[in-house]
Design a protein around this ligand. Sequence first.
Ligand SMILES: [Zn+2]
Ligand SMILES: [Zn+2]
Length: 303
Amino acid sequence: MAPTGRPSADDFAVALGIIPGSGAPSCEQERWMRLKEEVSNLRENLNQEEISLSQFGALYFPALVTLWKSPPAPAERCVYNGLALDLKEEDLEAYGPYDIMLEALQGNPYFYKFMRTKNTDIVELRRSMGRILAHRLAKRVAVWEAALQPGGERADYPFDIYRMDSPFPSVDCATGPTQLLCTLLCYESRQSLEALAAEPEIRDVLLPVLRKWTRRYARRCLLGDTAMRCEMILSLNPLWLHMATEMRRQNKVGEGLECALPACTRTADLKKCGKCETAKYCSAEHQRAHYPKHKALCFRTVF
Ligand SMILES: [Zn+2]
Ligand SMILES: [Zn+2]
């Protein structure tokens, strides 16, 4: 039952090099462009977006994170649609095609399922994702910040992070990775956050830039707000640590704390859908009533 329309879960898997397929990108730079395009295509069709992302998450999340952890090296040079794609390896490491996909998957029930599953291989695979991204960003934020200095800044706030004409590095591109970092940091343990905050690369490089972005952009654009959240979590601010815990708790059941049938507000004794385990119901009756709507998003996961 492949969903119709583009891009489908398999289109993404081909674009990311997870499965073979015709028209697969020939290098990492091209993959980056392709992912940007495919993700913005999704945004024009929100129903399709939910279906494609859910199916992709169910089938390919472990493969995506494996590639995200050890991305292939970019080609020496890349020409895409007649345009030389001058993406630096360090930029791709901090915000590559796999980050774009992870970013698109934030908020999807299969993302939460992946982050909470007890399957030991997955627990190992997802270990320290926040820490890894924090270190990748620490290597790059000073360069991005230099490009954001007065004169390097764009005047058209708020930014659309999905615009195609934003050259790396720009504030548009700093937004995506900062937002992803914020989500991943929420899944780090307190001990891990404490250790991370004490590391010189994080304390002396990443945090000062996040502070600058907070001061300059908070309440003006998404970068300011996500930089502030990252900064608060990395500074072990008790209120923000509490909010991170709360966010994890609310996402535990994937689709909220209530029975997945919209008309029902019951919260006690819910049972998971046996196939996808991302939706919960108070009764078999409500599960049946919701199924016509749920079935398009219900996939058995590989993890
Ligand atoms: Zn119910
Ligand atoms: Zn289901």
